[in-house]
Design a binder for this molecule. Structure first.
Ligand code: UD1
Length: 429
């Protein structure tokens, strides 16, 4: 298994190109199931999760052409996927595929809407809490699906087709909002989603569905109205930039010091995280090229954060921020309200010398002057990159094991950081 080896202590200086957002690319790819025509997606990141979803969609009968520069090429433009689901040949998504990535469960609604049936394994994905799918099943039921759970599979049927309905979520869920949006676009009549997630990726998917012929109003607010269509058409859509990748590199620069241009990054996608970062003494400026992030030799100011649905501070940046706070000049409190088990990085950061204690859903981080390199284990996607951030600032050598977690969500991470002066390499085998 690959490892990442880092010699810490170098400032980051240069330009990091920001890739397309994984969390938009996945539901956008799934949208291809809704039409017989071709859906062309530009700026798709090269990630293990994208590759896995290509494979899963291929099993359902989606033809996929990939073009654009390949991984390792000099240019940084994302890849273009041409997805064509002319014929759905199989409506089952098996356990061995869905268990590798939770978002692949989201195929169930579009398959049901398009063909009247779907059989999809209950999901797996990152081990960050129980992550149930009850809201997803409620979406399908509300729109007229009949649901049965048998032997670890959800079997959904809609012999008479699906119909728009009012869907009101008890709690904000990104995945369930995507599910409702995608499925209702191919249901008869109007659907209204209340307490919808407001994440920018929802708006990106809504824009694509609109280009495909659905009428979607209110995406990006907590009430979304969708006029479904009997058929959707093909479209061409570019994936928005990845705000989590942006925030991650911004925190890396805050941690090491230096001056980096995050090319293509957009401020409005992560205002809360950037404000928090500014509070730590990091300079963030908006330019035509992207976001410029810098920190000089001054100490890192501790800041308390609470994770919240968008527009609040994202849970997907919590681990990275904790790494940064581990070297702050004082104590900070980091409260995780979205997932109940998202502190697995704490014990690994402690191996680098961080001083963190847990009190229920709050981590109390007492900043230390120095971190020291050590072997550490990646436990989930975002946690793994927090260890890289820790390693970039730690004295001596840090080896991050189980980097397949990183490859799920960060495109060419070691190349992007190495080009800014980090001593970081992938060790194979
Ligand atoms: C998505 C993101 C993930 C991010 C998360 C929260 C993708 C591919 N993944 O995950 O990176 O960390 O949003 O911003 O976009 N819940 C239920 N029942 C359900 C569904 C969710 O109780 O049926 C709960 C979850 O356990 C969690 C909360 O709702 O406590 C939010 O989860 P959700 O927004 O659905 O996360 P995902 O869509 O899985």
């Amino acid at each position: 298994m690959d490892r990442i080896r880092i010699h810490g202590g170098r400032a980051l200086n240069g330009t990091i190109p920001i890739s397309g957002a994984k969390n938009a690319a996945l539901p956008l790819m799934i949208a291809s199931l809704l039409t017989e025509e071709k859906l062309i997606l530009d700026n798709v990141p090269r990630l293990a999760d994208v590759g896995l979803l290509q494979y899963i969609l291929g099993n359902h009968g989606v033809d996929i052409m990939v073009s654009g520069k390949r991984a390792g090429d000099e240019e940084n433009a994302g890849q273009t996927l041409e997805l064509s689901a002319k014929n759905i040949v199989d409506t089952t998504a098996p356990y061995h595929l869905v268990s590798k990535m939770r978002a692949s469960f989201w195929v169930i609604g579009p398959l049901l809407a398009r063909t009247g049936e779907a059989k999809v394994s209950l999901p797996g994905g990152c081990a960050i809490g129980t992550r149930p799918v009850d809201f997803h099943l409620d979406v399908l039921r509300s729109l007229g699906g009949e649901i049965e759970i048998s032997e670890g599979y959800v079997i959904a049927k809609a012999k008479k087709g699906l119909r728009g309905a009012k869907i009101s979520f008890p709690k904000v869920s990104v995945g369930a909002t995507h599910a409702a949006l995608l499925t209702a676009s191919l249901a008869k009549g109007e659907a209204v989603i209340e307490n919808a997630a407001r994440e920018p990726e929802i708006k990106d998917v809504a824009d694509c569905l609109t280009a495909m012929g659905a009428k979607v109003e209110g995406a990006g607010t907590s009430t979304i109205r969708i006029q479904g269509r009997d058929k959707l058409n093909g479209a061409r859509h570019a994936v928005l930039p990845d705000r989590i990748e942006t925030g991650t590199y911004a925190m890396a620069v805050a941690m090491t010091g230096g001056d980096v241009m995050l090319a293509g990054a957009r401020e409005e996608l992560l205002v809360a995280a950037l404000d928090t970062l500014r509070g730590t003494g990091t300079k963030v400026t908006v330019t035509n090229e992207g976001l410029r992030v810098s920190r000089n030799g001054a100490g890192i100011v501790p800041v308390d954060v609470t994770t919240e649905p968008f527009p609040g501070f994202p849970t997907d940046l919590q681990a990275q921020f904790m790494a940064l706070m581990s070297r702050a000049k004082g104590t900070s409190r980091i409260r995780e309200t979205i997932f109940e088990n998202r502190f697995m990085h704490v014990q690994e950061l402690a191996r680098l010398g961080a001083n963190i204690s847990l009190d229920g859903e709050t981590a109390i981080v007492q900043g230390v002057e120095k971190l020291k390199g050590a072997p550490v284990m990646a436990t989930d996607l975002r946690a793994s990159v927090s260890l890289v951030i820790g390693g970039l600032a730690a004295e001596g050598e840090t080896t991050v094991h189980r980097v397949y977690h990183l490859d799920r969500g960060f495109e060419r991470l070691e190349q992007k950081l190495a080009r800014c002066g980090a001593s970081i390499e992938r060790v194979s085998g």
